[in-house]
Write a new protein. Structure first.
Ligand code: ADE
Length: 277
């Protein structure tokens, strides 16, 4: 059985398949590490036109994803897989990072997860500021957004001890937004950052990619997971070099040729974990 199953609910499965069927993600599926299913939201649409969206009450621009098709699609998955966790990519979610990827991959124990959650609440001020910024971006209220950090904490604590064989349903909204009542069926609201995309598909790809590469038998995942745990999820890597030694005057640091493993490890530790942008 796969370690993680992802069911992606989307209007555009054709936008996702090419990426997910390439390279490491293809191998991960081929090796049975992950399984990916696509559900076309249109199949759950209403009326002869299979409509999935409508205009907002109170007026305003754009169309909103309706509740009925979304609930029908999610319930159709949950009927067979009641413990599946629903992820909603949204700019007002908690910001995706390596710690969350590790948690979703089932690498961190619940205790470690609780520590992450604690550190999230320590930085609640910062998180709240981010959410408020997002709210401004989308014209939402502060009280709506303060739910996000709480939902993450509650769901993290609910997670089973044995995190293997998890099933995530990723709902990809499109159009201008979604009916707020959809949040009642969502376990994890995830934002990629402080900007607005046209839909959730890119977020779904990033979540699946960053979680899958951590799983055993994908990228030598056991090794990278162990290395990353040293850096408490802050795993920006140290600079690496291959041949030639001298490329147009840019030379490889001599220490890396020294054969002194302790000195190399020290150099790498000193040069990792921070942005080199
Ligand atoms: N959908 C639209 N914008 C998004 C973002 N920044 N992160 C996740 N999902 C989104």
């Amino acid at each position: 059985m796969s370690k993680i199953k992802f069911t992606i609910i989307t209007l555009f499965p054709e936008a996702l398949r090419p990426y997910l069927n390439c390279s490491m993600l293809y191998k991960a599926q081929d090796r049975g590490v992950i399984a990916i299913d696509y559900l076309n939201l249109r199949d759950f649409g209403l009326g002869p036109h299979k409509s999935v969206d409508d205009t907002p009450y109170g007026g305003g621009d754009g169309m909103l994803l309706r509740c009925e098709p979304v609930f029908a699609a999610i319930e159709s998955v949950k009927n067979a897989s009641p413990d599946a966790e629903v992820i909603l990519p949204t700019p007002v979610g908690i910001t995706w990072n390596q710690s969350l990827a590790r948690q979703f991959a089932g690498i961190d124990t619940p205790a470690q997860t609780a520590a992450e959650v604690a550190s999230l609440s320590v930085s609640a001020g910062k998180a709240q500021n981010r959410l408020e910024d997002h709210s401004e971006l989308l014209g939402r209220t502060k009280s709506q957004e303060s739910i996000n950090t709480k939902v993450l904490a509650e769901n993290a604590q609910k997670q089973p001890e044995n995190c293997l064989e998890r099933h995530f349903i990723i709902l990809c909204p499109h159009y201008e937004g979604y009916d707020e009542r959809i949040l009642s069926i969502v376990d994890h609201k995830i934002s990629l950052g402080h900007y607005v995309l046209t839909g959730g598909e890119l977020a779904a790809l990033i979540i699946i990619d960053s979680v899958t590469r951590l799983l055993p038998n994908v990228l030598g995942g056991e090794h990278s997971a162990a290395v990353e745990s040293f850096s408490a999820g802050n795993n920006l890597e140290y600079p690496q070099y291959t041949k030639p030694f001298d490329f147009r005057g840019q030379k490889v640091p001599e220490i890396l040729l020294s054969g002194n493993h302790a000195a190399i490890a020290k150099w790498r530790a000193e040069h990792s974990g921070h942005s080199r942008g």
